[in-house]
Design a protein around this ligand. Structure first.
Ligand code: VGL
Ligand code: ZN
Length: 201
């Protein structure tokens, strides 16, 4: 059993990121049982849930003439436009049906219509906090293992932010899969290593 100071963060294991979903990640469903086994080894488990209102500004459908995977300039910087996904209250936003959800804490993100939030710690302006840092610190957590979807977006940004905040961060690359849009996986791996994140299998 991992010590109380070591928490597991399971990122966005939701139907829309699994095969058949609106923003499906190849093999997304194949990591559920491995994650369930890992959950048993942790005393603190946090799940994140991508949770967008209809018409969210990160959806290509909210930008006339734009197609999914295009990049646009938002007031807070460049933003990839996505197919509509993880809309609050829909099946696509629910956790994968086989995922263990007996977590201590479920943190939702991406609910502000004007700004996307890949990271579990900050929205995409890299300034607006989600509150997760305070939750972890007040519980005495020092070390984080991260798994889930997608390796090159929400796992990547969560891991880099956590490392910058001073947490000791491990990403289990065998329990995470990437969208890999336009080489985004290579960039994500480099950024995680650069931030001092440990990538293990
Ligand atoms: C994610 C793109 C858009 C993710 C969420 O969970 O990695 N990616 N929203
Ligand atoms: Zn999203």
């Amino acid at each position: 059993m991992q010590p109380l100071t070591h928490a597991l963060i399971v990122i966005d294991m939701q139907n829309d990121f699994c095969p058949g979903g609106a923003l499906a990640v190849d093999g997304g469903n194949g990591i559920v049982s491995g994650i369930n086994t890992l959950i048993e080894d942790f005393q603190t488990v946090i799940l994140t849930q991508d949770w967008h209102p209809r018409g969210h500004s990160s959806f290509a459908s909210s930008h006339p003439g734009a197609a999914p995977m295009e990049v646009v300039d938002m007031p807070y910087g460049p933003q990839v436009l996505w197919p509509d996904h993880c809309i609050q209250g829909t099946f696509g936003a629910e956790f994968h049906g086989h995922l263990r959800t007996d977590a201590d804490m479920i943190i939702r993100k991406g609910f502000n219509p004007a700004i996307d939030s890949y990271s579990a710690f900050f929205e995409n302006d890299h300034k607006t906090p989600t509150g997760l840092e305070g939750y972890l610190r007040t519980r005495g957590i020092e070390r984080l293992t991260m798994v889930g979807l997608a390796l090159d977006f929400c796992v990547h940004y969560s891991a880099v932010d956590a490392a910058r905040l001073g947490f000791n961060v491990i990403v289990r690359t065998d329990l995470s899969h990437a969208i890999d849009a336009n080489g985004s996986l290579d960039g994500a791996i480099a950024a995680m290593l650069d931030a001092g994140v440990a990538l293990t299998e």
